[in-house]
Design a protein around this ligand. Structure first.
Ligand SMILES: *[C@@H]1O[C@H](CO)[C@@H](O)[C@H](O)[C@H]1NC(C)=O
Ligand SMILES: *[C@@H]1O[C@H](CO)[C@@H](O)[C@H](O)[C@H]1NC(C)=O
Ligand SMILES: *[C@@H]1O[C@H](CO)[C@@H](O)[C@H](O)[C@H]1NC(C)=O
Ligand SMILES: *[C@@H]1O[C@H](CO)[C@@H](O)[C@H](O)[C@H]1NC(C)=O
Ligand SMILES: *[C@@H]1O[C@H](CO)[C@@H](O)[C@H](O)[C@H]1NC(C)=O
Length: 823
């Protein structure tokens, strides 16, 4: 069974995660064609082609690099005449041809369907020439009219299976579209599907031991309105898995041109700690094993309430699904669904026709006895539920909506296969998580699209070791791993990234090395193998006024690490309220600095019992309010106030006094000017840095990391909600992605003026605005509200603390700059 724990972010998740903001993202390639909504992907590893269906166009890209200009385009737009003709176009704005179906038909052709402005059409594409090889076919019963409707389809051996709501008035339906006879689900007396919203389907060949391969089944995954009474009255929907037999031909008299093998069951994905039942299925990924027994699937589940962000990943075994389908049925009794306990006819309804049946003279579903068909008609629902492996989610995450999932198994140095989940969010991020001993570790959070938008499509290439991600605005190819992002042995090993190993100098992709003996990796424990005891140490100086509060930032890269502080080599003891210190997840706060608190502070990240030095601060406490605080910024130094001298006391030198007075006034003016400039500059900076996140980040390369780590980082996203520090700033704006577009015009804003230094004043001025923004992003605060048995209360963040200080400071703004307050 799986071990299972609750942590800050949810259940069973923990991360040593690296937060990577948009591309420049090492080794990633982008593609943007003439269209939008890159929602349909077809990857063909053998030919090295990635086929993409967008809005009004299809593309054939090179899987090794989707950015290369060798891509082919096939336009398929709604013609102006069609637009005029379709009355819906005048009512609705969405009058495009969204490609929804794109699959291999035979060796030479693809089959494709598009919504075509609410009049779906399908066509064959010659892959050699990449053009339409024939006229268009009616697509009304194969493709949904609406691009937003849930849809899934499969093309197998020249037979097409699909599930969606096909027409405006019709109810959702699972169909065999061709060949004849077409099949569909039953609507009366028992409606088999109720407002179903489909997310996926898969063919599982169960015919391995069957002579004619007739036991193949197709599984469909969806959410629908529940018919049965469920335990949670607040919920109206349930997640389901349904299946039909591929060799179903419908019934002879009963269930004519309907499925005779349709069965469905409820899927459960609940977090017992919170009594949370996630009932909306958002996506599934099927990981096929050697046979059905070893095949599993992963589902992303969310809540019915759209305003609450939460996601759970549950993993299911098809053997469990099969067991449920072999169990008791439900039946409507007195207009309520109850478990049916009566006699079940033979052959068992829902089972496929196999050699066994044929030996009994039943050659196809049309030979099934009426009793079986009548029973099947009224018993589409199974009584037992499908529970996830281990009964609990692999992972539960609050404040994040995952919408797409892909799964990959990677062979690590220790000879074990590790499951790596790639999870796309509704705001353009990709999370990479690895399962170690049944516990998920989020290794990396990557910002894929600058503009927050849902990931619409995702596919993995094991050959290219790439993952292709489509959204409204474009398509991105990201390497499965980017080990060079880990810059120290500890980063590399603590990350527990099965793709990465430390070779003594750098972190490398294990797969890239034939010689692996000298590589270090420790996935199971994440501690072994590193010699040096420090990562990349960041050294800062701080000058503080006596009695002021200072924050020494020490954001730990890893979510699993806890901070440890020393002052002049001695452990800082008792961080209580009276100690003058508070330690939090983002750093150490010195409250009302005293002289003896000056010195050399070291912040260590303690993870897996290993302390790694990450920050070193030299703190000076100043007592003289007239001294400018450590002039780290090249401000024009204000003239020092006149020293009270003996010439002051004599009346003989009135001239000198005059001159002094003028000088003092002049000096004050200068100081004031400087201060004003400074204040206005700070304000501008703050405003600018807000825009940074989407515009100017390309100026903040990894080399600027130290400097930028204070401000910009936290502006970006709730994904990096304050716990993971030190982000790499790599954002391509969307223009950069597009190879077709001309280079973007110069940004409207000049690059941010070279900053004097972040460490001016006492550190707070640099910190507070970003903290505020963090709170505006709200996940920061929310995350920490309910913290069931999270971290020790010692390690809470400073949000509230700083908020309080900020509140205080609002009334005495100038306190932050001792020079001013003295004027
Ligand atoms: C894709 O690009 C690679 C490298 O540029 C090239 O060798 C290969 O032939 C291309 N494949 C296709 C299908 O065009
Ligand atoms: C992919 O191709 C583009 C355009 O030719 C090129 O700029 C980019 O460097 C290539 N990417 C990789 C990872 O080779
Ligand atoms: C594939 O299907 C297309 C469309 O029906 C047809 O024109 C073509 O001849 C077929 N190719 C093969 C190799 O069967
Ligand atoms: C099933 O097929 C066998 C062999 O083709 C045939 O003899 C038999 O009559 C068929 N049974 C039915 C019910 O059609
Ligand atoms: C297509 O993309 C646009 C933005 O580019 C978006 O507003 C729209 O909702 C998308 N349509 C669908 C059906 O996803």
């Amino acid at each position: 069974m799986m071990s299972y724990h609750v942590d800050l972010d949810g259940v069973g998740t923990s991360c040593h995660n690296l937060c990577v903001l948009l591309t420049g993202m090492l080794g990633s390639n982008g593609f943007t064609g003439s269209s939008q909504n890159y929602s349909t992907l077809l990857l063909e590893e053998e030919t090295g082609r990635l086929y993409v269906g967008g809005r009004g166009a299809l593309y054939a890209l090179n899987t090794s690099n989707i950015s290369t200009s060798a891509s082919l385009t096939l336009d398929w737009n709604v013609t102006p005449e069609q637009k005029k003709q379709y009355f819906l176009c005048s009512l609705q704005t969405e009058c495009y041809n969204h490609i929804r179906f794109l699959q291999r038909y035979n060796e030479t052709h693809l089959y494709v369907c598009g919504t075509n402005a609410f009049r779906p059409l399908c066509a064959y594409i010659d892959t050699e020439r990449f053009n339409f090889s024939s006229g268009f076919e009616e697509g009304r019963d194969r493709c949904p009219y609406d691009p937003a409707k849930g849809y899934t389809g499969l093309l197998i051996d020249g037979e097409m299976f699909s599930a969606s709501q096909y027409e405006f008035r019709s109810s959702p339906d699972i169909r065999r579209n061709f060949p004849f006879p077409t099949l569909r689900t039953e609507e009366a007396p028992t409606r088999w599907l109720l407002e179903a919203d489909f997310v996926g389907s898969v063919l599982l060949k169960e015919s391995i031991n069957s002579s004619i391969g007739d036991d193949d089944k197709i599984y469909f995954f969806f959410t629908e309105r529940s018919q049965e009474q469920i335990a949670y009255p607040s919920q109206s929907k349930v997640s389901r898995v349904a299946r039909v037999c591929k060799n179903d031909w419908g019934g002879q008299r009963t269930l004519q041109r309907k499925w005779t093998t349709f069965l469905k069951a409820r899927m459960v994905c609940s977090v017992p700690e919170y009594e949370l039942h996630l009932n909306i299925l958002r996506d599934v990924f099927v990981l096929q094993g050697r046979d059905v027994q070893s095949s599993v699937f992963y589902g992303i589940f969310g809540l019915e309430w759209k305003n609450i962000k939460a996601s759970a990943i549950c993993q299911y075994a098809f053997s469990d699904v099969r067991r449920v389908f072999e169990g008791p049925y439900m039946e409507v009794q007195d207009s309520k669904w109850r478990e049916y306990t009566g006699k079940v006819p033979e052959p068992r309804p829902g089972s496929c026709i196999t050699d066994l049946h044929r030996s009994q003279g039943i050659n196809s579903s049309r030979d099934l006895p009426d009793s079986v068909l009548t029973f099947a008609r009224r018993h589409p629902l199974m009584a037992k539920q499908v529970h996830p492996i281990g009964l609990v989610p692999l992972m539960f995450k609050r404040s994040v909506n995952y919408v797409k999932i892909a799964v990959h198994k990677e062979l690590a140095l220790d000879g074990n296969l590790y499951t790596v989940l790639f999870l796309g969010t509704d705001d353009g991020w990709l999370h990479r998580a690895v399962s170690v001993d049944g516990e998920m570790h989020i290794i990396e959070e990557l910002q894929i699209f600058a503009k927050p938008q849902p990931i619409e499509s995702m596919v993995i290439s094991t050959v290219q070791r790439s993952i292709y991600i489509g959204s409204h605005s474009g398509l991105i190819q990201v390497p499965m791993s980017t080990c060079q992002r880990y810059t120290s042995c500890y980063d590399c090993v603590f990350a527990r990234d099965p793709f990465c190993g430390w070779d003594g100098r750098v972190c490398v992709e294990i797969s890239s090395r034939a010689q692996r003996a000298n590589l270090t990796q420790d996935i199971s424990r994440g501690v072994r193998g590193c010699k040096e005891k420090s990562g990349n140490v960041i050294h800062r100086r701080r000058a503080v006024m006596l009695g002021d509060d200072v924050l020494l930032q020490c954001e730990l890269r890893s979510n699993l690490a806890t901070p440890r502080w020393t002052l002049n080599g001695k452990e800082l003891q008792g961080y209580g309220l009276n100690s003058g210190y508070r330690v939090g997840t983002d750093g150490l706060l010195i409250i009302g600095a005293r002289t003896q608190q000056g010195g050399s502070y070291r912040c260590f990240a303690v993870e897996n019992g290993v302390s790694v030095l990450v920050y070193l601060y030299t703190v000076k406490i100043h007592t003289d309010p007239y001294l400018p605080t450590e002039p780290t910024q090249p401000l024009p130094s204000p003239p020092a106030p006149l020293p009270p001298g003996p010439n002051f006391q004599t009346f003989r030198h009135m001239e000198a006094i005059y001159i002094s007075l003028v000088a003092v006034l002049g000096g004050l003016c200068l100081v004031l000017t400087v201060v004003l400039l400074y204040v206005s500059f700070c304000t501008r900076r703050t405003n600018q840095s807000r825009k940074f996140s989407h515009q100017n980040l390309h100026v903040l390369g990894a080399s600027d990391r130290k400097r930028s780590s204070n401000l910009e980082l936290k502006t970006i996203s709730s994904h990096c909600n304050g716990r993971q520090g030190r982000f790499l700033q790599i954002i391509p704006d969307e223009d950069q992605i597009s190879p077709a577009k001309t280079p973007p015009p110069a940004p409207p804003l000049p690059n941010p003026p070279p900053l004097p230094n972040m460490d001016y004043a006492n550190g707070l001025s640099a910190t507070l605005p970003s903290v505020l923004r963090k709170m505006n992003g709200n996940s920061y605060v929310l995350l920490r509200q309910a913290d069931p048995e999270g971290m020790s209360p010692l390690y809470h963040s400073f949000t509230e603390e700083l908020n309080r200080i900020l509140e205080k400071r609002k009334h005495t703004q100038l306190d932050m700059h001792p020079d001013e307050s003295s004027i």
